[in-house]
Design a protein around this ligand. Structure first.
Ligand SMILES: Cc1cc2nc3c(=O)[nH]c(=O)nc-3n(C[C@H](O)[C@H](O)[C@H](O)COP(=O)(O)OP(=O)(O)OC[C@H]3O[C@@H](n4cnc5c(N)ncnc54)[C@H](O)[C@@H]3O)c2cc1C
Length: 450
C-alpha cells in the first residue's frame, strides 16, 4: 500500500483491514485484475475527498473514484494500484418540489433516490437494472441507462449541475442552480460519463418529473426478427411512446424457459415487452400497442389488465440475467445500433456465432437499439480468447451498422482497445487534451478509457 504520514487528514478513513480492503479492489466485470499495491479510503465527507486528491496530486498517486463497484467494464478497479477513493458515505437527498430537482450525494443508491422522489409525489426516471445497488455518483460517471430510456432518456438527461473535486483538491461547480441558464460551456455534460477520469463528483443536482401512473404491460411473440423490429419502429413513432420496450431473441428466450416456464413459446424468433405509464391513459395505451403489435405480425399478444398481471409478464425478462449467468462463463456486453438496423445487428451476431462456434445471445433495450450480447465460453484453454475474438467481430458489426461499442456500460479497461475503432486517433488525442485540462498529472483513474 502507498504509505501515508499518520497526520494526513483522511487517515481515519483508510481501511486498515486487508480483507475488507480487497473487497474494494475489484468491480463486477469479468475476471478483474486484483492490484498488488493499493489503499482504500472510505471518504467521510467532501473534505476527505479534497485531502486525498491534494495528497495524490502532490505525490503522483493514482486515484480511482468508486461507488458501489457494479461497473461491468473494470472502470472502478484499481488496475494501477494507488488510492481507491470510495464515496458511498457521501449521502444526502434534498428535494425541492418547486424547482423540480434534488441535490443528491454521490453515495446515494439509485433506488433510494427513486423512493424518496416517489414519496414527494415526484419521479427520478433513470433505472439501470442495478438500481438497487448502484450509486448516483457511479450513474453520473457512467451516464447510466436502463429499461425506461425509450421514453425518459438516460442519466445525462437529468443531471443539471455538479459539485466536483479536482486533482489537487480544488472544488469546482458545473451547471446552474436555476431552471434556466446558458452562461459558459456545458461542463456538466463533460463530467457525465467521464468514468472518474476528470474528478470526483461530490454532489449532483438532478431533475425530477411529476410521478407517472403505475405501468401496464403487453407481451408479444413474433415468428421473425424483422416483424419484431417492425413493431419497435411503429411503437417508437406512436405519439405516446411506451415507457419500456424490451427485446428478447430466440436464444435468450430459450435460456429463460430453461429455468422455468415464463410463458414464452419455444418456437418464436423474438418477443417484445411493452409498457405504458401515461397518467390516466396507461390502459388505453397498452390496448393500442396490442393492436400495433398484431398488425406488425405478432403471433401472440398478451395484455395485462392490472399491475400485478403485468409483473407476471415481466418476470421472464427479470430472470434473464440469472438465466444467462447459469449458462456458464460469459462476457456480458453492451452495444447500440440505429434502431432500424436492430434486425441486421442480431443477424450479424448470429452469423458470428455460427462462424466462430461461440454461443451468443442478443437481447436488451430494443426500443433504444441497445442490446447486451452475451458471449459464452468454457474453461478449456483458448476458449476465453475465442470469445474475445468473437466479441471484436460483434462490436465491429455494431460500428459497421452506424452504432457504438457501448450504449450504457462505458469503456473502462475492457473496451479501451475498441474505443479507437469508434473515435479514431485524432479524436482520442483531442479527448486526452481535454482530460489534461482537469487532470494535468494524469492521476485520475489511470488505465481506463484512454
Ligand atoms: C446486474 C447489473 C445490471 C446492470 N444494469 C445496468 C443497466 O441497466 N444500465 C446501465 O447503464 N448499467 C448497468 N450496470 C452497470 C453499472 O451498474 C452502472 O455502470 C452503474 O452506473 C455503476 O454505478 P456504481 O455506483 O456501481 O459505480 P462504480 O462501479 O463504483 O463506478 C463506475 C465508474 O464511475 C466512477 N465513479 C463512481 N463514483 C464516482 C464519483 N463520485 N465521481 C466520479 N467518478 C465516479 C468510477 O471511477 C468508475 O469509472 C449493471 C451492472 C450490474 C452488475
Amino acid at each position: 500500500m502507498p504509505a501515508f504520514p499518520s497526520d494526513v487528514p483522511f487517515a481515519p478513513a483508510i481501511v486498515a483491514d486487508r480483507d475488507i480492503a480487497l473487497s474494494y479492489a475489484v468491480d463486477s466485470s469479468f475476471r478483474p485484475p486484483v492490484p498488488a499495491d493499493f489503499t482504500v479510503v472510505r471518504a467521510r465527507d467532501e473534505a476527505d475527498v479534497a485531502a486525498v486528491l491534494q495528497e495524490a496530486q502532490a505525490h503522483g498517486i493514482p486515484v480511482v473514484p468508486q461507488g458501489a463497484r457494479t461497473s461491468l467494464t473494470g472502470a472502478s478497479c484499481a488496475v494501477e494500484g494507488g488510492i481507491v477513493l470510495n464515496v458511498e458515505h457521501l449521502q444526502g437527498i434534498d428535494i425541492d418540489p418547486v424547482e423540480g430537482h434534488a441535490w443528491v450525494g454521490p453515495g446515494v443508491v439509485t433506488a433510494e433516490l427513486k423512493a424518496a422522489a416517489a414519496e414527494a409525489g415526484l419521479f427520478y426516471p433513470p433505472d439501470p437494472a442495478s438500481a438497487d445497488t448502484s450509486t448516483i455518483g457511479g450513474n453520473v460517471a457512467t451516464n447510466a441507462g436502463g429499461l425506461c430510456c425509450v421514453k425518459y432518456g438516460v442519466t445525462a438527461d437529468y443531471v443539471k449541475a455538479l459539485e466536483v473535486v479536482l486533482p489537487g483538491g480544488a472544488r469546482m461547480r458545473t451547471g446552474k442552480r436555476t431552471a434556466k441558464g446558458v452562461a459558459g460551456y456545458d461542463l456538466t455534460g463533460l463530467f457525465v460519463g467521464s468514468e472518474g477520469t476528470l474528478g470526483v463528483v461530490t454532489r449532483a443536482r438532478l431533475a425530477l418529473l411529476p410521478a407517472p401512473e403505475p405501468a401496464l404491460t403487453a407481451l408479444a411473440t413474433f415468428p421473425s426478427l424483422e416483424a419484431a423490429v417492425g413493431a419497435i419502429l411503429a411503437l417508437r413513432a406512436d405519439p405516446h411512446r411506451p415507457c419500456l420496450l424490451e427485446f428478447l431473441e430466440r436464444a435468450s428466450i430459450a435460456a429463460i424457459q430453461a429455468i422455468g416456464d415464463y410463458g414464452f413459446p419455444r418456437d418464436c424468433d423474438a418477443a417484445l415487452l411493452v409498457q405504458s405509464d401515461r397518467p390516466g391513459h396507461a390502459a388505453e395505451d397498452v390496448q393500442r400497442y396490442a393492436v400495433m403489435l398484431t398488425a406488425a405480425g405478432a403471433s401472440e399478444v398478451a395484455v395485462a389488465d392490472t399491475r400485478s398481471e403485468g409483473e407476471l409478464l415481466m418476470q421472464g425478462r427479470r430472470m434473464l440475467n440469472y438465466a444467462l449467468e447459469r449458462k456458464g462463463n460469459r462476457l456480458a456486453e453492451d452495444a447500440c445500433v440505429p434502431i432500424a438496423r436492430l434486425a441486421d445487428f442480431v443477424h450479424a451476431g448470429q452469423d458470428i456465432s455460427a462462424r466462430t462456434g461461440i454461443e451468443i445471445t442478443l437481447s436488451g433495450h430494443g426500443g433504444d437499439g441497445n442490446l447486451h450480447p452475451s458471449l459464452f465460453f468454457d474453461d478449456e484453454p483458448g476458449s476465453w480468447q475465442r470469445a474475445e475474438a468473437a466479441l471484436d467481430q460483434v462490436l465491429q458489426a455494431a460500428l459497421d451498422l452506424g452504432g457504438t461499442i457501448t450504449g450504457e456500460h462505458g469503456v473502462g479497461t475492457q473496451k479501451r482497445r475498441h474505443l479507437v475503432w469508434e473515435l479514431g486517433a485524432a479524436e482520442i488525442a483531442r479527448q486526452r487534451a481535454v482530460k489534461a485540462v482537469f487532470d494535468p498529472a494524469g492521476i485520475m483513474n489511470p488505465g481506463k478509457v484512454y
